[in-house]
Write a protein that binds this ligand. Sequence first.
Ligand code: UDP
Length: 270
Amino acid sequence: MKIDKINILGVNLDNIGTEEALRKIEDFCNLEKQHYSVTPNPEILLAAQKDIVFKNILNNADLKIIDGAGLVWAAYVCKNLSKVKILNIFIILFRTLKFIFYKLFKFKFLTFANRITGVDFMKEICKRIPRKVFLLGAIDGVAEEAIKKMQNLNYKCEFVGCFSGDVSYQTFPLIKKKIEISKAEILFVAFGAPKQELWIAEHLHELKNIKVAMGVGGSFDYIAGVVKRAPNWMRKFGLEWLYRLVKQPWRIRRIFNAVVRFPWVVIRNS
Ligand code: UDP
């Protein structure tokens, strides 16, 4: 399967649809080697600019789905730019207007990169892949609640355990033991980025039964219903950030980074 690669700010992303991405996860589960998947969004790519270790972890991931309308925009406006920097500003501006227009009126003549959000991808994996799954992270009780919600929907996977709360270095032996006993094959880690990716890179090789690990940010919170997702129409237009700003105003710094700093850094680097 040949996957179209898109490089944004030095991170090679996989332009892949949900079906193909699911097939990849299934393949990973059948192989001896362990794999991990990442779900980059604008904030993650900004963090990777300042942290080469994190950037390498992202680039070395076996699957890097595009999570975030900002990345779809960046992939579109930065394609085949000219060598003349000043000209690029006008090209990007023109393409941005075209991008907004096509998105707004749902024109299908232009194809943009595939976007799969981490939470949707996690749910699809649980729904469609009949493997043993372990949930690690979020505050006490949230992972259990997320499992309950998904079990009620008769997902195909088997939830074999979860661990929330303190995940400091001292508790690693305990986490390892729980995961080993559970015989889980797929591990979802929800510590937020970059903590979850660094944790996976450091510990995956010690969790021998895990075939695929993936950092999923706030996904358990969404699935458990602790945090509400933006309504569908807002997601379609890439306006989750606005919903989050209203619902979680304390995240303003992170939202500013994703909505203002990220486009600025992309333009400056093109
Ligand atoms: N979290 C955790 N341990 C930590 C830090 C965060 O389990 O040390 C959890 C937190 O409870 C939340 C998730 O990690 O469930 C991160 O959510 P956030 O909304 O920041 O992620 P995003 O979806 O924005 O990447």
